[in-house]
Structure formats: C-alpha cells, structure tokens
Write a protein that binds this ligand. Sequence first.
Ligand SMILES: Nc1nc2c(ncn2[C@@H]2O[C@H](COP(=O)(O)OP(=O)(O)OP(=O)(O)O)[C@@H](O)[C@H]2O)c(=O)[nH]1
Ligand SMILES: [Mg+2]
Length: 443
Amino acid sequence: MAVRTTLTWNEEKSLQKLLGNVSLILLYKSTVHGNRISNMHDRCIRQGSTVTMIYYPKNSFGIFMLGHYPEISESFRKLNTSIYFSFQKNKTMEMTAAFLNSTSKISNDQLEFQFPISPVQAQYLSLDLHKRTIVIPKLLVEKLGLNPDLGSRFLECEVFRVEGIKDAAGYINRITRATQHRNSLLADLRAYRPYADLVSEIRILLLGPVGSGKSSFFNSVKSIFHGHLTHQAIVGSDVTSITEQYRIYSVKDGKDGKSLPFMLCDSMGLDEKEGVGLCVADIPHILKGCVPDRYQFSPHKPITPKHPTFITSPSLKDRIHCVAYVFDINSIDNLSSKMVAKFKQVQKEVLNCGVAHVALFTKVKNCYEVLQDNFLKMNKSMISQSQIQNANKMLGIPLSNILVVENYASEREMDPLKDILILSALKQMFRAADDFLEDLPLE
Ligand SMILES: Nc1nc2c(ncn2[C@@H]2O[C@H](COP(=O)(O)OP(=O)(O)OP(=O)(O)O)[C@@H](O)[C@H]2O)c(=O)[nH]1
Ligand SMILES: [Mg+2]
C-alpha cells in the first residue's frame, strides 16, 4: 500500500513556492519505516536535496537541506545554507522561513545541526526519532517565532526528496540575499525619521482609479511590519469604489510595537464619470489636512468648511506630505481619455498644493523577473515596458517616480521578493516626503 504523507496541500504549495516549482517524493515516514535514525538514514542517504518535516498537532517544523543527507559517523560537514521553516496551523496556515548557515551530522542516534554564532560559539538542533523530541536552538526559535508546543513529543517525522530544483545553490543563494536585503530595507524604514523632525509621522495619500489596489497597498505594508498577512482595510472589486470613507491608517511595528513614523491615507477610488467616485474638489482639502479620519465621501458633494468635522486650522502634521498615484499596471494601456482627463485635474490640484508625488503601479505579474542582480534592483527591461513608457507619456509621470509592486491579494504566506518591491516603494515615498518637508518655506 502506498505510504501517505501528513504534509497538507497548502504546506506543499508553500514549499513549492519557496523552493521553486519542485516535486516532493516521500522517502521516509517514522510511523511506517521505524523510529530509529538508522531507519531514516537507510532510506535517505545519497538522494540529493531533502526536506525533513516534523509534525505537531498545531504546528509543523521543517528543514530543507541542500545536497545529500549526512551519513552515519560522518563529522559535521562543510557549512551550508539550509532553510528552516514552520507552519502554524492555528493562524491561516502561515509559513515562516529562516535561511541559516549550518552543518549537519548523525551521531548518538540523533540527527544534529550546528549553527555557528561566533568563531568560538555554536548553537545546536537535535532530532531524536526514538523519543520523538527535537531540541531547537534559541536563535531559530526567535527567527521563526516558534511556539512552546515544539518542546513536546512530535507526532510524526517525514523526509522528502526534492526533485526539479534548478541551480539549487544559486537559487538558495539568491533567496538568502533577497531575505537579507528585505531585512535591511525593513531596518532602514524602522529607523526613518522625517526630515529635521518637522513632524513625527509623514502622511502619504493613496489616490487612483477604483480597484487600482490602494487599500491592498496599505494591507500589504501593514502585513510586512507585522510579519504575517493582515486585512484591516476592506478590499474588493466592484464598478464603484469599495472604499467610501477617508481612512488615515497608522502602522505599528509588530502587533504591540510602537507606531511607525508614517501614515497611509486611503481614499475613495477615482471614476471617469462626474458625480461618481472621489470628488476632485475634495482633494485640496485632503492635501491641506482639513479632512478627518473616517470622513464619509459623497461623490456629488465635496466637503466644505461648514461640515461639522472639517478641520479648520490644520497644522503641518495634518497635511499630506506625499501623494502616491496608484494604478493597476495592466490597465494603463487602456485608460479612457475621460480617465486621463480626470487624472490631469487631480494632478493639477496636487501640483497647486506643492505636494511631492510618486506613481505606484500595482498588480505586476512578473514580480520575480522585475528584480535582477540577485533580486536587488529593478530590471531595465521593466522600465522599457509599454505601460511604464505610456504612463510617462500620457500621464506625464517621470520614469524615476514610477514604482512597481505586487500587493498581497490572495496569498496565504509572505514572500521576501514581494516585500522588497513594497518596501522599496515605501522608501521612495519617504524620500519624496522629505524633499517636500525640506522645501517648505522657513516659517
Ligand atoms: N493580483 C493582484 N491583485 C491585486 C493587487 N492589488 C489589489 N489587488 C486586487 O484588486 C482588487 C481591488 O483592490 P483594492 O485594494 O480594493 O483596490 P482599491 O484601489 O482600494 O479600490 P477602491 O477602494 O474600490 O477604489 C482586489 O480584489 C484586490 O485583491 C495586486 O498587486 N495584485
Ligand atoms: Mg479601497
């Protein structure tokens, strides 16, 4: 009878995404093939790269090892990057992964990994199949945010051969560098302070056609800073805007962390028709900081100073410091002349207020190809794409101000490459806001 895996469909999909489009072939299952290291060893040696999975009732933990499984009596081998990951079943099947250099060996009936943390110090992970326990080092517990549950006896251990991994060493190297780059971008943004401390938070206004991904961009940014997917802003597809209230969102650094030095202001979508969608006449009031959080937009009637919640004397902190024009990259080539005319009106209002601006193109399909040089830079061929050239000509947006992202839409787990694009876009917005603040008249 065929041996069935405990790995769920979702876990397998997440792994395929992490490792490229690979196949996982089950080599060993502890409850079927015996719970001794020698049973595992006999089935797994000289099989190439493997994934070892340890299952608990509410979590699972896994290790991707590049190259062959260690052999019995071999000492710790050459340092190699392995990927350690965990799935949390109680939270929407999220995967957290860490790329760490380690060496592995089999000894004393255990599979062991050594993580050097300094030239003279190391931490260890050890897997004891017979006792059904795994000792996970502190650095990994912290990196993966692991649950104390993992200290108890596990239910099952499985090992898979990974087939179809292309240029495995190169791929792991690129993903490792991408993760490091993502983390350094995140650290830069966390350390950001608005120009000359003129305000404690910069306000970035998201403006764009209905369904262009404004609310999803906020959700994506918040998800990255929280380390898991969040869906605070309501998103969706309709002929008219899903967002009907003006929202000024602050983002915390982690769930209970302190507020970050920026706010994302989400608006109603623009529509080519008059009397539908965001009123162009509302825009100068938003830019000046007169519109309060949760203001209910009225497409027929712009806000006036008579409105009970109108902020009559806004200060610099209430103003918008950077506008991001949000467009679905796939719709740029088909923008109607009416929509272009509406956009020009909007642009005029922004220019009149002297606010900095960038364009944010969402829904890029080839996020992985956009980044070249180990995923660190935007690909030149991206710049030459017709949509980008069109936006430059038709909407008058300079190429250097065009940012591309793929928001988190229907994904189940975070992706370092998406994060790089989203965080890079946010960094450009911070720079634009700083230029605006620096350019303010002295008084
Ligand atoms: N594939 C993909 N889908 C996206 C992306 N951004 C947004 N979406 C989807 O596009 C639809 C509209 O996204 P929203 O974030 O609601 O767009 P919006 O600009 O806030 O729309 P309104 O509030 O209606 O003006 C939703 O179904 C999103 O899931 C993206 O980058 N990639
Ligand atoms: Mg919206």
